[in-house]
Design a protein around this ligand. Structure first.
Ligand code: UT7
Length: 325
């Protein structure tokens, strides 16, 4: 009895921001960005493209692919760190926007690992209630949470949303085969974002720099490669699947340097990896579901294919998930 993906969808903001545009904003060059990160363009949200609006558009496409109506969804989970409001959650806005009148909805904050953590929630929910249809979304307007004077971070990230609808299949060979997730809160200072200043002085966080992303790039790089590699081998071990049997790896699209190192360590050939980081940069929780949808629409996911996902993000959080299509 498998938890399967019934449909996928994604949505990107209209505005494309090139590396050349960034040259006007911070002390950087197109060449530095391309060679260090592989990123050429990213999308930046504009009017009418708040996080929930991107999420709702991706969700509608996923529902259409799954041939389901919004009323049939009973759970919506959005992985995001850049909703325009702290409360209500982004998921509540999505629930209203798409008319999912029978759904409960909430957000999870696992940064770039949000979508894979979301798959775990969908799997547990569906294994407990096999008639359930669950919508998992990763959505970010992370451009609203970047320090546009910090060349270490602003060149890396972009906006977008991806979604998948999950349901149940009697065919036990299909669906989520396993996952291996981890968290290490002691390493939070490598990648974080403050909230708005506290109105209770006693619990104000010392040195609150403002609600934008702060990163120790070099340290994250080392941690990310190791964490994803270990999670991949753990999920393969747990499920008894070999790396050679994996049809496609869809990693979190952090940047090409991290991904090249990871692929080298895993010894996975490029043709078995789905990459779109050059077009969108790092879209945090949205990166895996956007890539999943693009791979799906490009016909790269065939019945019986084994698809491997891996991620790492603020928290620190990480994980790997294995699905049979
Ligand atoms: O979801 C996970 C999110 N995190 C990540 O994906 C980031 C992980 N980190 C990395 O992948 C790498 O650390 C980067 C690609 C971000 C940076 O590569 P690096 O080789 O580690 O660069 P660096 O931070 O060591 O900086 C090298 C030099 C420095 O100059 P000096 O000190 O050698 O003079 C930086 O100031 O490059 C400079 N630099 C830049 N130069 C031009 C940093 N950012 C830029 C920039 N343009 N945008």
């Amino acid at each position: 009895m498998g938890t399967i993906i019934l449909g996928t969808g994604s949505w990107l903001p209209r505005r494309v921001m090139s590396n050349v545009e960034l040259e006007e904003m911070v002390d950087t060059t197109d060449e530095w960005i391309r060679t260090r990160t592989g990123i050429e363009n990213r999308r930046i949200a504009g009017a009418g493209e708040k996080t929930y609006q991107l999420a709702a558009k991706a969700a509608r496409k996923a529902l259409a692919t799954a041939q389901l109506s919004a009323e049939e969804i009973e759970l919506i989970v959005v992985g995001t760190i850049s909703s325009h409001m702290l409360m209500p959650s982004c998921a509540c806005y999505v629930q209203h926007e798409i008319g999912a009148v029978n759904a409960q909805a909430y957000d999870i904050n696992a940064a770039c690992s949000g979508f894979l953590y979301g798959i775990d929630i969908a799997d547990h929910h569906i294994q407990a209630r096999k008639e359930a249809k669950v919508l998992i979304i990763g959505a970010e307007a992370i451009s609203s949470r970047l320090n546009w004077q910090d060349r270490n971070t602003c060149i890396l990230f972009g906006d977008g949303a991806g979604a998948a609808v999950f349901g149940y299949s009697e065919d036990a060979r299909r669906g989520v085969l396993g996952s291996s997730h981890g968290t290490d809160g002691s390493q939070w200072e490598l990648l974080y974002m403050h909230t708005a200043p506290s109105t209770n002085a006693d619990i104000e966080v010392a040195g609150n720099k403002g609600a934008f992303l702060v990163m120790e790039g070099k340290e994250i790089f080392k941690f990310a490669v190791k964490a994803m590699e270990e999670a991949v081998f753990r999920v393969l071990d747990d499920t008894g699947v070999s790396l050679a049997d994996v049809s496609l790896l869809i990693p979190h699209q952090a940047n090409m340097r991290i991904l090249s190192k990871l692929l080298e360590r895993l010894a996975v050939p490029r043709e078995k990896v789905f990459l779109n980081v050059m077009n969108y940069g790092n879209t945090s929780a949205a990166s895996i579901p956007i890539a999943l949808d693009e791979a799906n629409r490009a016909g790269r996911l065939k019945a019986d294919d084994t698809i491997l996902f891996c991620s790492v993000g603020g928290g620190l959080t990480w994980g790997a998930t294995l699905i049979r299509w």
